[in-house]
Design a protein around this ligand. Sequence first.
Ligand code: SF4
Length: 363
Amino acid sequence: MKYVDEYRNSDIAKKYIDEIWKITKGHWMIMEVCGGQTHTIIRFNIDEVLPKNITFIHGPGCPVCVTPIEIIDKAIAIASMKDVIFCSFGDMLRVPGSNKDLFAVREEGGDVRVVYSPIDALKIAINNPDKEVVFFGVGFETTAPANAMAIYQAKKMGVKNFSVLVSHVLVPPAIESILKSPNNRVNGFLAAGHVCTVMGYTEYEPIAKKYKVPIVVTGFEPLDILQGVLMVVKQLEEGRYEVENQYTRSVRREGNIYAQNIIKEVFEVVDRTWRGIGGISSSGLGIKKNYEEYDANKKFNLDHIQSSEPEECISGLVLQGVKKPYECKAFGTLCTPEHPLGAPMVSSEGACAAYYNYKLNKV
Ligand code: SF4
């Protein structure tokens, strides 16, 4: 535990907190992009120890939360088919589709399996040549390299019974869409450290300049968040708008070139719909034509599926930082982790789950 403890040291935390109190003059709204950062902020009460004129706005960086309901419904339809083995990361199984979730499909006899990597799903395909094996490939730039590698390997090995239902989303277009919105309240961003580990942060530099907004690449432990906030507030108080890197132990400006190359080999930038937010142009990754035989969306041709969101769920407003989870009428009553109405209550990175687990008795 030593490695984690270093980033939870209370003496260092106090120094950061004191410094933030000393320099904060204006009222600043800071968006932490990643749901993992939201959980750290809420779990360690970071929002409560900082000056009242710093407000955290929770961002759209929860991959489970932003996967559109149409894709969940397609996953459910494919997983329900005979002779299909449907493989997914565990947290996608409880995300509600229009009528049910993947757990329900499993209870009804579907072969739905939890795997820890897309390569595991590829191995299942190799070992089950009489079945169609489909991997549910969701997430941000972080998960894209492994998914691309599985597709690349499948093609290289000539595996024909493997495909990926892809719903990748990209962070920079989402940040830009938030900044362009008439509802925007964000003064500065804590960018997601793991996304930048893959992609670097050159894509953020024109955004910081164009919208005059500081962006600090930040990690996920309490000291990371406090140092990230300090760096954002310093810039805001000094009238600077730059991209800075708090997460130097993992992130280089140019990112991981090998990971970027495999993404470029297999995927291309496409328009993507974000659950609760809507369409954002050039905000996703889709499988290139050269690899289309591994695209489950094309293989199973399910574009006719009609989806519908539960009316009570305001996850779109939560994901854009316009509302807090406890401002949703269903929070903690109709919607709980046991009976979620929306994905932000399901996911380990969802803002609604963070408030439910760590703050329910305080809001
Ligand atoms: S509390 Fe539940 S219903 Fe409300 S926004 Fe969150 S996920 Fe949706």
